[in-house]
Design a protein around this ligand. Structure first.
Ligand code: PLP
Length: 419
């Protein structure tokens, strides 16, 4: 493919335009940006791994979320992809932030327009440090255990109170003078069935009734995250939303005075990024029975962008960036990362790929969720750089944020007040 020279990223005159931000020309796509970057890095002799984030995807996913779940306010789960550019776009779009730690909270607050803390950030992590709990009058949310065996990343073995335990907990809270204001749950990340949401919402209703019986002012329902994300994912978000809306209409009808929020991460971020990796070494193995198997060693792996992929049941299929004959023979391939650890491979299973060479590139789509935010520098390999592509429509938001960032340079403490 003739790829041409990558263009310089250009900001508005007089503005500080960060190098990692790429303003898309009309009609240009993030995929084209990735191809140009591949050419540029190959020419430079330093074909380092990188990601391209298409920030415009955030806006379309936000629209889809709000249209499909009109009664639910999204608080984006910062842990999923905590890049400041992702957070800034989401803040411009008006989401809140679900912050699991002090650093996430500071990121969320540092990003958010000066809305009030309560409007902007939630602190929903269950295992809080004791010193994070020393607030004068905390508003507590009781997290329920959910059925999550059909989620790719279950959470309920670690978190959540059973329905039986809820009564005792609500009573203890009342006796201690603590205010429980609602319930939350998380059906597990990448949930494969909407019915777990339906059951969890029905359980929450029972806990609301219990809470009210103990005198708690139950007014907040947090339906967590778990919505699938990424290209072609199943089940479809809209189908999931239909079941959730019906469950809400039944158990928390409009006019019930209950505020409903969610903490989506993967749904917003997964398809924002693609990851480009380069083959740095290769080994061909002839197995007993004559099967030819290929081992490709890549310059990004389990300790970098692909940390979570080893826990996924099905390997992801990359796009091969190479001109090949129309129907090339495929071989079972194991994809290894660059570190000295033999555990450092991208997927549990082999993938079927053509015969490739050192220096060839593979691009993995839908790598925006739990990738850069989980990568490490193990073995001295730095995390892949990310380039953020955005359409012209998003630029005004970014300029505003640039100005705001300068103002905030004075300092912002965690409670959101200027210093
Ligand atoms: N909220 C909490 C408390 C979580 O633990 C997670 C993910 O682990 C999320 C939200 C985001 O979940 P997802 O990315 O599946 O939407």
């Amino acid at each position: 493919t003739p790829l041409g020279k990558p263009k310089e990223s250009q900001g508005p005159p007089g503005s500080v335009w960060p190098k990692e931000l790429i303003a898309l020309e009309p009609g240009e796509s993030a995929w084209q940006v990735a191809l140009k970057k591949i050419q540029e890095l190959s020419d430079s002799g330093h074909p380092d791994p990188f990601m391209v984030a298409d920030l415009g995807v955030l806006a379309s996913h936000h629209r889809a979320f709000c249209q499909a779940l009109p009664r639910v306010s999204p608080f984006y789960a910062v842990k999923c992809n905590s890049s400041v550019w992702v957070l800034r776009v989401l803040d411009t779009l008006g989401t809140g932030f679900d912050c699991a730690s002090q650093v996430s909270l500071e990121l969320g607050l540092g990003t958010a327009a000066p809305r009030t803390l309560a409007d902007t950030c939630l602190g929903t992590r269950v295992c809080k440090n004791p010193w994070h709990l020393s607030q004068p009058s905390p508003r507590l949310v009781l997290r329920l255990l959910t059925k999550d065996s059909e989620s790719i990343f279950p959470l309920s073995t670690k978190f959540g109170a059973s329905l039986e335990a809820c009564e005792r907990l609500l009573k203890s809270a009342r006796d201690l003078g603590l205010a429980v204001v609602g319930t939350s749950f998380h059906v597990g990340s990448n949930c494969q069935t909407p019915h777990n949401f339906r059951q969890a919402i029905a359980d929450c209703r029972r806990v609301f009734e219990m809470g009210r019986a103990f005198g708690h002012d139950m007014s907040l329902l947090d339906i967590g995250g778990g919505f699938p994300g990424g290209e072609g994912c199943e089940p479809q978000f809209e189908e999931m939303a239909r079941v959730i809306n019906a469950a809400l209409a039944q158990d928390f009808p409009e006019g019930s005075g209950v505020e409903i929020i969610a903490e989506p991460g993967r749904f917003y971020a997964a398809s924002v990024c693609m990851a480009a990796v380069n083959i740095i070494a290769k080994k061909a193995v002839l197995e007993s029975g004559g099967r030819r198997k290929l081992l490709y060693y890549l310059n990004d792996g389990h300790y970098g962008t692909f940390r979570l992929c080893l826990r996924e049941p099905v390997p992801r299929m990359p796009i091969v960036v190479k001109e090949l004959c129309s129907d090339p023979p495929l071989f079972p391939c194991t994809l290894y990362g660059p570190t000295c650890d033999a555990f450092d491979k991208l997927f549990r299973e082999e993938v079927q790929l053509p015969e490739l060479d050192v220096g060839d590139w593979l691009v993995f789509p839908s790598m925006g969720a739990y990738t850069s935010s989980m990568s490490s520098t193990f073995n001295g390999f730095p995390p892949a750089s990310t380039y953020y592509a955005m359409e012209p429509e998003l630029r005004p938001g970014m300029e505003t944020v640039q100005k705001r960032k300068k103002k905030k340079g004075k300092g912002m403490n965690v409670s959101g007040q200027s210093e």
